[in-house]
Design a protein around this ligand. Sequence first.
Ligand code: TYD
Length: 214
Amino acid sequence: MSGGLFISFEGGEGVGKSTQVRRLAARLQAAGREVVTTREPGGSPGAEAIRNLVLNGSADRWSPVTETLLMYASRRDHIERTLRPALERGAVVLCDRYADSTRAYQGAAGGADPELIQALETFILEDVRPARTLIFDLDPELGLARALGRPDAEARFESKGLDFHRRLRAGFLAIARDEPERCRIVDASGDPDAVEARVLEALQDLPGFGVAAG
Ligand code: TYD
């Protein structure tokens, strides 16, 4: 992807990713970069419509395999309409969740076959893959308490119980272990300023990012 830079933000519930996406976007914009902030599931009109289907309703409304297919339908639309054009223009793209969420939520925690997910990555993502993925890590008991305190109707995954969220955390940590070049684990405990400092540190080696900490 010529010119652009793709950074994804990942982790369990209530880890504070969205706050950090906003802070980093403001910092990069102040430094004169074109920044596109987006999220999954969603980030394009079609993908947002699928988001409504997949995030609302009872915890068992969809099976993990069906969820995987819905996430990938929404992801493909997001790639075609939002991500690829932004990266081709040379923008910095900050995406709140991406393909690792499917590996962790539907795969590691939900039990969907990793081979199915791998095949979808190959055929659907193509070369639209993050240069850096920040994996926000927090004790799931703390994260769930934070997430359930939010006035937020989209609670299918938050309602899945602590065991699910423990498998989820292990899933994300395994991704970071398997792909150390791409991934950095960010300790999500403490106040937003402390977490922001860790985010900047985790991006220092990216092209043009020495300035972000300035
Ligand atoms: P959201 O309200 O954006 O939660 P958060 O603030 O935690 O990011 O809802 C996104 C939910 O969708 C979240 O519970 C994780 C889930 N999800 C998956 O299960 N698989 C996926 O591939 C993606 C992108 C998200």
